[in-house]
Ligand binder design. Structure first.
Ligand SMILES: Cc1cc2nc3c(=O)[nH]c(=O)nc-3n(C[C@H](O)[C@H](O)[C@H](O)COP(=O)(O)O)c2cc1C
Length: 190
């Protein structure tokens, strides 16, 4: 059921790092991005894959994790992603990537859920440092990073409280809570 799949597809930020993800799995996920909608069907997205620990270690320090969890510096060694898909925009194809990378990213994380994996989309990226660390040519704009792994945390969706606070938070059992607006709240009727 698509509803269940979307519900389960949360942002996970702690993983069983020792559970490897192979390159073929990443290729299958990228195929979901490849098949997704693209403005004017220009398909300007390209994908950089990483599933080996040395390359992962070059990517991890360039990412900003959970800005709203002020006391949490991001996943510790042992709980870090096993793989990454970096979505790039090929400027030789288009200068405007519009919504394409968001759509592709969602296709990929839905596919990851179906495979029993989980991930997090990250737009907080030290882009120049990442470009240098991986020798990414100037031709490619770094759009978004998908961190992937076997989730090691519980993430639950809560209704918004009366104060309307949308900030995600962690409880004393390290369960991650994500408040979502109600269906009636997001449908405009006038
Ligand atoms: C475009 C986009 C950029 C995001 N960038 C980051 C990021 O840089 N770091 C991070 O930890 N989470 C990032 N997230 C994850 C959001 O914080 C997350 O989607 C939100 O808290 C809601 O949780 P949910 O995905 O489980 O519904 C990003 C999500 C989106 C859609």
């Amino acid at each position: 059921m698509i509803h269940d799949l979307v519900r389960q597809t949360r942002s996970f930020r702690r993983f069983h790092q020792e559970v490897a993800i192979d390159n073929e799995t990443l290729r299958q996920l990228v195929d979901l991005g490849r098949l997704s909608a693209s403005g004017r069907n220009r398909q300007p997205l390209k994908y950089l894959l990483s599933c080996d620990p040395e390359k992962n270690a070059l990517i991890f320090p360039q990412l900003g994790w959970a800005a709203l969890l002020k006391d949490w510096p991001g996943p510790a060694e042992g709980e870090r992603p096993s793989a990454y898909i970096i979505i790039l925009g090929d400027k030789e194809i288009s200068q405007d990537f519009a919504l394409d990378h968001g759509i592709a990213a969602q296709s990929i994380v839905l596919g990851a859920t179906e495979k029993g994996l989980g991930g997090c989309m990250l737009r907080s990226i030290r882009r120049e440092a990442l470009r240098q660390a991986l020798s990414i040519p100037e031709r490619y704009e770094i759009l978004i990073v998908l961190a992937l792994g076997k989730p090691k945390e519980t993430v639950v969706i809560d209704p918004l409280g009366p104060d309307g606070d949308t900030r995600y938070w962690r409880d004393e059992n390290q369960v991650h809570h994500v408040p979502k607006r109600s269906l009636d709240d997001v449908i405009v009727s006038h």
